[in-house]
Design a binder for this molecule. Structure first.
Ligand SMILES: [Zn+2]
Length: 260
């Protein structure tokens, strides 16, 4: 590790690896210009950084806020993906989804990893990100089962999904990520474990996951989580009922579409 004085004496180019890229050459010119206009003294070092606390230590909170200010609200999906109660692995999956970078067959075909890009759930279309989550006949049936219209939905803008008016706005992105995550896991079951597509099973898994995520909410938000669970229990029926009966979760007569 060299000191600043040693670099000034030897010259900055002595410590660089050739060949420099175009950007590196531009940066070298900028640094050289700064060095030429700078003279070192024997005085003690003075460290200057806006992220330092008064005692001279680095504040990670300031660093975090600076990083966040660079992306929020500049990034269209920042709030939807990161400001919710979903587990971090599901948030990361959502981050890939909105950028259409999930390992769908269309993306794998581009990398020559698979021989075709046909959807293995419906076997009827090219499997890209939008197809998996909104255009596949299976996915469409799932969304309609829980009362969501997938007609004009896009994976890159999941916040525009047309939820029933009765669905609470609070934590809606958490619930949406839960559904996307389960649709993706169901798709993987079909592709990798040769499971038969099952709408009933998918809804059941969403319901189980929603129950498991209850502990992720603050006590005052439990009603929101319950609303999401009711949506999974009844789907469109909730719109007509507005208020589900007390034994909602024990309703043995819930009508889910048959397996497709
Ligand atoms: Zn399909």
């Amino acid at each position: 590790m060299k000191t600043v004085a040693q670099v000034f004496t030897a010259g900055i180019e002595a410590g660089l690896q050739l060949r420099l890229s175009r950007v590196a050459r531009q940066e070298l010119e900028a640094v050289t210009a700064i060095m030429e206009s700078t003279s070192l003294t024997d005085a003690s070092d003075t460290r200057c950084n806006d992220l330092f606390c008064k005692d001279g230590t680095l504040s990670t909170a300031a660093l975090y806020n600076l990083t966040m200010s660079a992306t929020d609200p500049g990034c269209s999906f920042f709030t939807f993906i990161w400001k919710n109660r979903a587990p971090s692995k599901v948030q990361f999956f959502g981050w890939l989804m909105v950028q259409e970078r999930v390992q769908c067959k269309a993306n794998l075909l581009k990398k020559s990893i698979v021989d075709n890009d046909t959807c293995e759930v419906c076997a009827n279309a090219r499997e890209d990100t939008n197809h998996i989550f909104f255009q596949c006949s299976f996915a469409c049936e799932f969304w309609r089962t829980i009362g969501v219209d997938p007609s004009n939905a896009f994976a890159a803008e999941p916040w525009n999904l047309a939820w029933p008016a009765t669905t609470p706005l609070t934590h809606r992105s958490t619930f949406a990520l839960l559904c996307f995550w389960q649709v993706w896991k169901h798709r993987n079951g079909v592709v990798f474990r040769e499971e038969a597509p099952s709408l009933q099973q998918l809804v059941q898994r969403c319901r189980d996951e929603a129950r498991a995520w209850r502990c992720r909410f603050k006590r005052e938000d439990e009603s929101v989580c319950n609303s999401c669970l009711y949506l999974l229990l009844w789907g469109k029926r909730q719109e007509a009922l507005h208020c589900p009966p007390k034994d909602a979760e024990n309703d043995k007569e819930q009508q889910l579409p048959v397996q497709i």
